[in-house]
Design a protein around this ligand. Structure first.
Ligand code: SO3
Length: 329
């Protein structure tokens, strides 16, 4: 039998023998326990809180406490100093934290290799996407992905672009989709795969300009509704204001695309958003496009993942789905 050929479980069991099978099961169990305890420990340190770590890992707080106690018993050392408001690492805890990050990285790599060897379009993937892509385009990608690979399950997080990058870097997401320019770095692969166009929008009954298209001075008198710092939408809005040489006298910061659209419709101000996000409102005529003459601003959607020698099959398949559908967005 070639080294990686797996005919069926029985044959494999016969080949390695029942004792080695038992040893392998015990080893796997230990590794999984190790994996969970280290994950809990790393999360508590990163979140500086047992309860936030439990919430992030979708387990109970007593389970997190038990994981930490079990690690402390194993090292015969206290790893964390619990303050009233925060949790800090001890000297030993600091070492365990850094080594745990490395071990978890290797463990993920091991899982990736096993995925590759076993093949098959099964498994799971965590996708983290920024708001514009995540809420307005991703659902179509997910439908296509689900139809093509029904045995792959997925979890989706919708957060702003900076948070997407953080989640991918911290192994909280396998693949991320961002709407901001980001140069690749040593351990992050960034692949632009689709274009987007941003437009200036106002309520359809907001007749604040005199001519057929607003002048920069007229736009400057409006209240601008912008997303929070760290979002790709905010960055592109700032670029639009710069290109138009507008310094608005009044800016309000709102934390989601939905509240911006509703507020523009309600007459609170104007905004700059991806045309993807307002297609419905434009066709229903509750919003209108008010680009000044000659204004045009594009940007890219990119997918990102950690750079690795072996990429999981699910990441490859999902990335393939994104690029395959890009022409249709
Ligand atoms: O969600 S965004 O605009 O990065």
């Amino acid at each position: 039998m070639p080294p990686f050929a797996v005919s069926n479980d029985d044959a494999a069991r016969q080949e390695v023998g029942p004792q080695r099978c038992h040893a392998a099961r015990t080893f796997r169990k230990r590794v999984m326990n190790l994996d969970h305890r280290l994950l809990s420990f790393v999360k508590v340190v990163q979140e500086q809180s047992f309860s936030r770590a439990a919430a992030a890992l979708h387990i109970t707080q007593p389970a997190v406490t038990q994981h930490i106690q079990s690690l402390e018993a194993e090292f015969d050392a206290s790893l964390l100093e619990r303050g009233k408001r925060s949790v800090n690492t001890t000297k030993a805890g600091e070492i365990v934290f850094h080594e745990a990050l490395r071990i978890l990285e290797h463990y993920n790599e091991m899982k990736r290799l096993v995925d590759e060897v076993l093949g098959g379009d099964t498994g799971s993937i965590v996708v983290s996407a920024s708001y514009t892509f995540g809420e307005y385009i991703l659902p179509y990608v997910l439908r296509q992905f689900q139809q093509s690979y029904p045995k792959i399950s997925f979890v989706v997080n919708i957060v702003n672009s900076d948070e997407v990058v953080r989640q991918v870097r911290n192994h909280e997401a396998d693949i991320g989709i961002i709407e901001t320019d980001l140069a690749g770095s040593e351990n992050l692969t960034v692949v632009p795969f689709a274009r987007d166009e941003v437009i200036v929008i106002a309520a359809s009954n907001n007749n604040f300009y005199a001519g057929t298209a607003p002048l920069a001075e007229e736009l400057a008198t409006q209240t601008w509704l912008l997303r929070e710092e760290g979002s790709g939408t905010r960055r592109v809005a700032e670029k639009a204001l710069k290109d138009l040489a507008i310094s608005p006298t009044h800016i309000l910061e709102l934390g989601s695309i939905q509240i911006i659209k509703q507020s523009v419709e309600a007459g609170l101000g104007i905004s700059v958003l991806s045309n993807w996000t307002v297609r419905k409102e434009l066709s229903l005529n509750t919003l209108k496009q008010v680009n000044p003459q000659g204004f045009s601003l594009g940007r890219s959607f990119s997918y990102i993942h950690l750079t690795a020698e072996w990429q999981t099959k699910t990441i490859k398949l999902f990335a393939g789905c994104l690029t395959g559908m890009a022409g249709r967005f």
